[in-house]
Design a protein around this ligand. Structure first.
Ligand code: SF4
Length: 279
């Protein structure tokens, strides 16, 4: 019997590798480099010439920075200072006093030098009591439970109120650890990482967003959430801290929401709000 011919196996075309989706932040950075070359250093150098060079310095321990930043949400920094001082007074600890060196990016007068609050007492305080304590900061009924939930999460995950371990994580992992906590967005997380550890992340608040869109550093339609990642592609890591501090200060000092003072602006020549075709 003649053996049956083995069936010819149809040749399969080589499997196509899935194409990696283009990263919109990198695309935007490339677009800007091509059509508006040198814009980022022009803006940072211009602002630094006006407001002074900015150098990183830790301003608080990371847990204090995180709680203070929660207290600043949707309120002025001066109100957050009042609420944080009230926490220190109501729940004193015997820890070493810490100085608050807020620098240019902070909108308040700075905290007094004092020990951080006793976080165990803050976490376990009766909620109505904590609401009363931080009431001078505004939005206390929303913030008090957020503060307690944040402290609880840190204690449960780390066994202590201690965030120093974040320094050893890659920057985006550190940001993801913080944003996994309810009520902590990229802005709050980035403030903690940038100011406590000097990590190259950009905290985009309303000032940074407004100034950036007016100049054309980020697209007009970008959301604040997207803007955080646009900046990671746009600004070299070693200039990220100063970029945040300078842009936020420029928004407060000259590029006001209403009536920006274009005439005295150091980056006017390349601002798209003043000239839609600015280079
Ligand atoms: S020129 Fe005007 S809008 Fe543009 S950055 Fe300066 S102050 Fe802001």
């Amino acid at each position: 019997m003649i053996p049956a011919k083995p069936k010819a196996t149809a040749k399969r075309p080589p499997a196509k590798r899935p194409r990696r989706a283009a990263d919109p932040a990198r695309q935007w950075a490339a677009h800007l480099r091509r059509y508006r070359p040198g814009l980022v250093p022009y803006v940072l150098d211009g602002l630094a010439a006006r407001y002074g060079e900015q150098h990183w310095e830790r301003r608080l321990d990371p847990v204090s920075e995180l709680i203070l930043t929660i207290l600043t949400q949707n309120t002025a920094d001066t109100n957050a200072e009042k609420a944080f001082e009230a926490l220190r007074a109501a729940y004193p600890s015997d820890r070493a006093p810490e100085a608050h060196t807020p620098g240019l990016g902070w909108g308040g007068a700075g905290l007094t030098t004092a020990a951080p609050p006793d976080w165990t007492l803050v976490e376990h305080a009766p909620l109505p009591e904590l609401v009363d304590v931080i009431r001078p900061g505004g939005l206390a009924p929303q913030k008090a439970p957020r503060v307690q939930a944040t402290l609880q999460r840190i204690r449960e995950e780390r066994g202590a109120y201690d965030l120093e371990f974040l320094a050893d994580l890659p920057v985006l992992e550190a940001r993801a650890w913080l944003t996994a906590i309810d009520g902590i967005g990229k802005k709050t997380a980035s403030i903690v990482l940038a100011f406590c550890f000097g990590m190259p992340v950009m905290a985009v608040d309303r000032h940074v967003e407004r100034v950036s869109k007016r100049i054309g550093l980020i697209p007009d339609k970008a959301t604040a959430d997207q803007a955080h990642d646009l900046y990671l592609a746009l600004v070299p890591p070693e200039r990220m801290y100063e970029a945040h501090v300078l842009l936020i200060h420029h928004g407060r000092a000259i590029c006001h929401a209403q009536s920006p003072a274009h005439d005295i602006c150091p980056v006017r020549d390349r601002c798209r709000m003043v000239d839609r075709k600015a280079p």
